[in-house]
Design a protein around this ligand. Structure first.
Ligand code: XBP
Ligand code: MG
Length: 261
């Protein structure tokens, strides 16, 4: 019988609420720094999140919103803007203004103590993951994860399954030995298309997404004394996510059929 061995986490929106006050702000600073009068409002950024990946997001924005924008080297400009954005984003993380979401650190520590294997499957840049961990989790946190699958390591970003498939290949595990954690429709699609049972924690940008196919949808992992809110699914009497609840979710659900969401 298959056994739960590894937990694979998305980063942005799942481990930390990074988009509105983190990535978005850094993109806007990069636009100013580069002499562009572009600005992504809180609302507009919510729509732009439909495209995952910073470089891909800038590209989609130019194509959709700036049809008359001309440059000799679009890919070069995007790469440069993204590099500047990444520097601003890491600076912002270093101020400690973006914390981990409720219950994240507690759950990771419990998983480590109980010898579950940990991995990351994220669209964002690897250096951003390290910076977030250093400033909001623990200086040693990169060592907690056997695999940190990030950014351009795969060709197709979420909702494609590539990043989860890559993480599982590196773990040398199949989907029936893992659970995934996501916060968005694109992330859920990516995980489910790779055959992973997936738990969703929503945030301000994703609460109205379609999460058909998730094992359960909650607002955050919760803490003892700070219950999560259940949106859909079964939580077997738990008020915060711990290993016992993960085992319940894992054992009482079969892996999704590819194409089921
Ligand atoms: C995260 C993203 C990323 C970040 C920006 O998606 O879409 O693009 O917004 O990161 P997910 P970079 O949580 O589904 O992985 O600018 O480093 O690409
Ligand atoms: Mg996410």
């Amino acid at each position: 019988m298959a056994k739960l061995q590894a937990l694979i986490f998305d980063v942005d929106g799942t481990l930390a609420d990074t988009e509105r006050d983190g990535h978005r702000v850094a993109f806007n600073k990069a636009f100013i720094e580069s002499g562009l009068d572009w600005h992504w409002s809180v609302e507009q950024y919510g729509q732009l999140l439909a495209i995952t990946g910073g470089k891909e997001r800038i590209h989609a924005y130019i194509k959709a919103s700036l049809p008359h924008f001309k440059t000799n080297d679009l890919q070069g400009l995007i790469a440069e803007l993204h590099e500047v954005k990444t520097t601003f984003y890491r600076q912002l993380l270093s101020t400690g203004k973006i914390p981990m979401r409720p219950g994240v650190k507690r759950l990771l520590l419990e998983a480590r103590e109980k010898n579950y294997r940990l991995a990351i499957a994220t669209t964002t840049t690897l250096e951003n993951v390290y910076a977030l961990f250093a400033h909001a989790l623990d200086l040693h946190a990169p060592d907690w994860f056997e695999v940190i699958a990030a950014g351009d390591i795969v060709e197709a970003k979420k909702p494609a399954a590539d990043i989860y498939l890559y993480a599982m290949e590196k773990l040398e595990l199949t989907a029936d030995a893992c659970l995934a954690f996501e916060d968005s429709r694109n992330g859920l699609l990516s995980a489910v298309q790779s055959g992973l049972r997936t738990v969703v924690t929503i945030n301000g940008y994703t609460y109205d997404h379609d999460f058909t196919g998730a094992l359960a949808v909650i607002d955050h992992f919760g803490e003892p004394g700070k219950s999560f809110k259940l949106i859909t699914g079964e939580v077997y009497g738990h008020s915060f996510v711990n290993i016992d609840l993960l085992e319940n979710w894992y054992q009482k659900n079969t892996p999704p059929k590819i194409g089921s969401c």
